[in-house]
Write a protein that binds this ligand. Sequence first.
Ligand code: IMP
Ligand code: MG
Length: 337
Amino acid sequence: MVKKVPCTVVTGGFWGDEGKGKIISYLALKDQLDVCIRTGSVNAAHTVWYQGNCYKLHMVPVAFINGKCRLLIGVGANIHVAQFLEEVKETNVKNRIGIDCQASIIEEKHSIQDTKSAHLKGVVGSTGRGVGPAIEERVRRSAKLARDVPELQPYLTDVAKEANNAISNGKEVLLEGTQGLMLSLFYGTPPYVTGRDTSASAICSEAGVGPKKVDNVLTVFKAFMTRVGGGPLPEELPKEEAKKRGWFEVAAGTGRERRSAPFNFEIAKKAVMINSTTQIALTKLDILYPQCKSARNYEELPEEAKQFINKIEKQTDVPVVLIGTGPAALDIIDRRK
Ligand code: IMP
Ligand code: MG
């Protein structure tokens, strides 16, 4: 019998930018991930701080920081060829990264369609990377696929097969979701959403892993909410107030300013329901409660921070197992044991 090792899907609970990059980088190092599968596309940037360096990844899976981890990009993804090749070089992962041969290609013309559209760019506030138009082209069944691109030949693989074999052979597999539930084409706030579903089920589908193969659904929430682009943000703070609280952020991918608001328990409950969340990761607790900075033990936290965590657990009925207390991969309180 092969020893069963949990398969985890990581999802965002709010509007993206919850800190999925940071949480996955911790898991990559601590849990000795064997396989990490990226989904989505170049509109999402995942930020990783490791050994004093900052990486903003749009294509390469975050777990690259674990040199033994096999890196894959799922069939549901949209590949930006130039961005992919550049990041492969930057992260030096040429020999251990694979792309599904039927993943589709995002091209310059898609980005132009995004930026020229008054609706997408102006109203929705698209990142302008062309992801919506690329998906549209795929739906019309005229998109170019990874297998059609000469530069991608060395990387082509069958991601679903690799992922399912790895799970069967007792390897630890993580599915890296992008954005957050509230940007989902289905469950977010249309029309102010991205071009695809971002729930756990969709991430599994993009990677080729069926629902019965997943053991943990880890949903990442930030200790406060932020949003870029158009659309409602309950209890949004004026920019001056956001700055005063240290909640003012600028987007990793586009350099745009993020709007911010307090943690919303109703939205968190919705994200937990639709993702069937089994574990919560909470990031940037040190921004809300500066005394938490770099804490590695739950006992070190001030009482008000503990009360906040208790309230999240009570309202969602899900344990908060990972707590981010600083930007570096290892600035984490891990309560899983
Ligand atoms: P698009 O997916 O680039 O067309 O953008 C549609 C909406 O989703 C806009 O409001 C974007 O700001 C937002 N969005 C897309 N990707 C991300 C992300 O990775 N983080 C945060 N917001 C995003
Ligand atoms: Mg981001």
